[in-house]
Design a protein around this ligand. Structure first.
Ligand SMILES: [Zn+2]
Length: 407
């Protein structure tokens, strides 16, 4: 039995009373039970041609999937609906319309590319993603089999939007194999039977199985939002219709926020960001130079401590230096005298991080033991080798210094 595909010729028919011809138990992922239903006609377009099936209901029974097997359209329903029942189908019209806007935008862009370069469309799917607020975002991803420059893509985008403003008709024809021979059309497959051609007057003729709009103006807007070389050709990402408009609104808000932060005019954000980036690089270089200078100063102070102190343990707090600088201070100075050098660095509210090293000649001091004593007496964390230990230690520098005076 062949179900009449109402969406082939009237994509805006979103509800219809149909008769159930067959209903049997089935399985579908995520459902403990569901039912396969075949009807005499249907407004539900099945999954195929790179896009998902329509969503909707048979009366108040949810349709969870629609597939086409061997030309037969199977609706998967949440509940049973016996053969012979008359039921009213209703699809999600907004979703259907947005998909058609993106799908037909792809036809239009491909048609223009085909006319200009002779390239074929070698891949297409509608990407559908939900954001954190559960808003759906649709975009069309399409591949063509030849290279296109960014300048040509800009021109193609303008031509497509001009075609939208021209409000040319979009319609489907179902030619016989004989008639099809005389019509030049784009097709990914070599089909002649049950051929359905979607025509955007003056711009494109393409074999297609999806519901399509009535006129180019319904596409509303198309924007190529991304492009990249792909398998010797190009992969383009398009946003069209309401999805393109919503994207524009989002980008506008985002741009406004950036303009405020950068104190710049509309259309000048990139230049202002570049200026800011240059300033950041300059500030970073300055910071590196200052750090180097601080290390030199600290080293001088540490050396004085080493030579003027009779104690074996030299504890030195350098609040703002980082681990690399702390390690350098230990390594560079531990060779000067028979001492243990403990550097406290990276101060936070919780305390310090530390690194400690000892002079090789100090045979009677075990840094591993010291680490153990620090864990016990100072509640420190960490450990290491006989020559070097590191970790974190809570408390104030004075208390830590006092602790080491015992050794
Ligand atoms: Zn199509």
């Amino acid at each position: 039995m062949k179900t009449e595909r109402l969406f082939d010729t009237d994509a805006f028919l979103d509800t219809c009373e149909v008769s159930v011809l067959e209903c049997k138990k089935s399985i579908r992922e995520g459902y403990t039970e569901c039912f396969e239903v075949i009807t005499d006609s249907t407004v539900f377009a099945p999954e195929g041609g790179g896009q998902k099936c329509d969503e909707g209901f048979f009366d108040d029974i949810k349709v969870i999937d629609v597939q086409e097997f061997d030309g037969e359209i199977i609706h998967f329903l949440e509940k049973e609906i016996p053969a012979g029942t008359k039921t009213t189908q209703k699809i999600n019209t907004d979703l259907r319309f947005r998909r058609m806007q993106n799908h037909n935008a792809e036809h239009l862009i491909c048609g223009i590319i085909h006319k200009k370069f002779g390239y074929e469309n070698v891949g297409f799917h509608l990407s559908e993603n939900y954001d954190e607020n559960n808003n759906l975002h649709i975009e069309a991803i399409m591949d063509v089999d030849g290279p296109i420059s960014p300048e040509d893509l800009r021109e193609i985008e303008l031509t497509a939007n001009k075609a939208i403003s021209e409000n040319v008709p979009i319609y489907a024809v179902l030619p016989t194999p004989e008639e099809a021979k005389d019509i030049p059309y784009r097709s990914k497959l070599d089909i002649t039977e049950n051929l359905r051609l979607v025509i955007i007057d003056g711009y494109d003729v393409c074999a297609c199985c999806a519901p399509c709009l009535d006129s180019s103006a319904q596409i509303q807007l198309v924007k190529i939002v991304d492009f990249m070389p792909h398998r010797g050709g190009m992969r383009l990402t398009l946003k069209a219709g309401l999805d393109a408009v919503c994207d524009y609104i989002r980008l506008h808000d985002d741009n406004k926020g950036a303009m405020k932060i950068l104190s710049c005019e509309r259309g000048e954000c990139a230049e202002a960001v570049k200026r800011m980036n240059d300033k950041l690089t300059e500030a970073h270089d300055e910071k590196v130079a200052l750090k180097r200078y601080i290390t030199v100063m600290l080293e001088k102070e540490l050396k004085e401590k080493i030579f003027n102190s009779s104690k074996t343990f030299i504890v030195y707090a350098a609040d703002s230096i980082d681990e690399i600088q702390a390690r350098a201070l230990v390594n560079d100075n531990v060779v000067l005298a028979e001492k243990v050098i403990v550097i406290l660095f990276d101060k936070t509210d919780d305390g310090y991080r530390f690194v400690a090293g000892k002079n090789e000649k100090l045979a009677d001091v075990s840094l591993r033991d010291i680490a153990g004593k620090m864990r016990e007496g100072l509640n420190a964390r960490g450990g290491g080798s006989e020559q070097m230990i590191q970790g974190s230690v809570p408390g104030e520098a004075d208390d830590i210094i006092t602790f080491f005076e015992r050794f």
